[in-house]
Design a protein around this ligand. Structure first.
Ligand SMILES: C[S@@+](CC[C@H](N)C(=O)[O-])C[C@H]1O[C@@H](n2cnc3c(N)ncnc32)[C@H](O)[C@@H]1O
Ligand code: SF4
Length: 437
């Protein structure tokens, strides 16, 4: 890429005082429209406990067998909700979505869910507007009475980790349930929800021992359950997992190759299209397009969200904030009546643009007019050469005011977002070098 700057000869002269920028003639009444409204906020609550340690899982969670103090943690979480709502003056902000994730939130006892919802209701304007309220679940912790309590508390989206419907694959992944128990849990959730919530199930592509046959079976079973949403994650073998130790380092476990995994994802996309499960991100497909995770979308669109609980993170007006990841410190800090934040980051203008492109592309569509409106740049011109390459490779389609991921682009996940944002960062380095010449 070559950048040239016009060099003009400076001839200093006295000019009228500049009172403001941009000039007043560009200011419009319509720009005030949402300034008088409180900006909406999403809330994430982290439950860091599990009933098992799955071989593939990289989340930092505590096994219930180690007898963690769950009740004390829930109390600390409720106390943190109160302190944060007051300390950051968030109580009056309209709540867009609430997400209780983990770990395994569904292992909480019913009275613990009640405590959490009471804390939310007392400190936020949560139930004034009926917004999306999601809880993550694991099959063995699903019971009729717990599901009924969640529905009563206003939960309207349940996201269940299933990973596979094939017993031998589930067993190899270190999970405690089997195929029958997975069906039973989905059945109970569907009956108790009875139309009051949407159910998402997670599948993992690339698990140990997976073959074309086992993967096809899992896809068919997932679709046959009739759940509103199916998410397919690509299994990542992170260094802190048993899969990494035994599959990558010691090569005892047989993991599918990259090519096989790509084929699995292609098969999934074909089957979902046939069953009319439509994508809203490159890994979540919803029946007739009726369900989306509003919380996830708010993170990717960089709207405000706050994360409660150990290691939880959030973003307020482009300032990223994260709680301590140390459970003892978390409990002790909250007990001292202090907000347990441990680190943060304030986004630069470039970070904001990169986030918009990198995270926004996960939602399959980037609105170029909105980008121009927010940052003043024409992204198509700014990234012309990489956009042309990605289009030539069939990964994106580009129109007058949008960039969309094609099916091929979706198959490669974050590749387009990463390529565009790397290019943006490099262009900014280059232009700052030229400017400093
Ligand atoms: C917090 S868990 C879901 C709820 C519950 N803990 C369970 O496993 O049933 C969220 C999801 O993360 C995904 N996940 C876990 N480890 C992963 C990995 N190594 N790579 C990709 N996805 C992973 C799984 O699909 C899992 O369902
Ligand atoms: S996949 Fe779910 S149940 Fe398994 S360890 Fe991770 S968070 Fe816990």
């Amino acid at each position: 890429m070559t950048l040239t700057l016009k060099q003009t000869k400076l001839e200093p002269k006295r000019i009228p005082l500049i009172p403001s920028y941009p000039p007043f003639r560009q200011w419009k009444k319509s720009a005030l429209d949402d300034k008088l409204k409180d900006r909406s906020l999403s809330l994430y609550l982290h439950i860091p406990f599990c009933t098992q340690r799955c071989a593939f899982c990289y989340y930092k969670t505590v096994d219930l067998k180690e007898r963690p103090e769950v009740e004390g943690y829930v109390d600390a979480l409720c106390q943190e909700i109160k302190m944060v709502a007051e300390g950051f003056q968030l109580s009056n902000r309209p709540i867009h979505a609430v997400y209780i994730g983990g770990g395994t939130p569904s292992l909480l006892k019913e009275h613990q869910f009640v405590k959490i919802v009471e804390a939310l209701t007392e400190n936020f304007k949560f139930f004034n507007e009926k917004k999306q309220f999601s809880v993550e679940a694991e099959p063995l912790t699903v019971s009729r009475s717990k599901m009924a309590t969640l529905v009563k508390l206003g939960v309207n989206r349940l996201s269940m980790g299933i990973q596979s419907f094939v017993d031998e694959i589930i067993k190899l992944s270190g999970r405690g349930h089997d195929e029958k128990q997975a069906y039973r849990a989905i059945d109970i959730a569907q009956q108790e929800g009875n139309g009051k919530w949407n159910i998402n199930i997670d599948l993992l592509s690339g698990l140990t021992g997976e073959t074309d046959e086992t993967w096809q079976k899992s896809l068919d079973c997932a679709i046959a359950t009739g759940v509103e949403s199916i998410t397919v994650y690509k299994m990542e073998a992170f260094a802190n997992t048993q899969v990494f130790k035994e599959g990558i380092r010691e090569e005892i476990l047989q993991l599918p190759s990259e090519e096989q995994e790509l084929k699995f994802m292609k098969q999934a996309m074909e089957k979902f299209a046939q069953a009319n499960y439509l994508p809203w991100s490159f890994f979540t497909y919803t029946k007739n397009g009726i369900d989306r995770s509003e919380y996830t979308m708010s993170i990717w669109r960089s709207t405000d969200f706050y994360g409660f609980g150990v290691s939880a993170f959030g973003c307020l007006d482009y300032s990223l904030l994260q709680n301590t990841s140390d459970m003892e410190k978390y409990i002790a800090t909250v007990a001292r009546n202090e907000i347990p934040l441990a680190r943060g980051y304030t986004c630069t203008s470039l970070d904001k643009m990169v986030r918009e492109v990198l995270l926004g592309m996960k939602l399959l569509h980037l609105d170029l007019d909105e980008f121009k409106q927010r940052y003043g740049f024409n992204l198509k011109k700014l990234c012309a050469s990489i956009i042309a390459d990605l289009e030539l490779d069939g990964l994106i389609s580009v129109s007058e005011n949008a960039i969309d991921l094609t099916s091929k682009g979706m198959l490669y996940g974050d590749f387009v977002g990463v390529s565009l944002s790397d290019y943006l960062r490099q262009s900014s380095d280059l232009s700052s070098e030229i400017i400093s010449l």
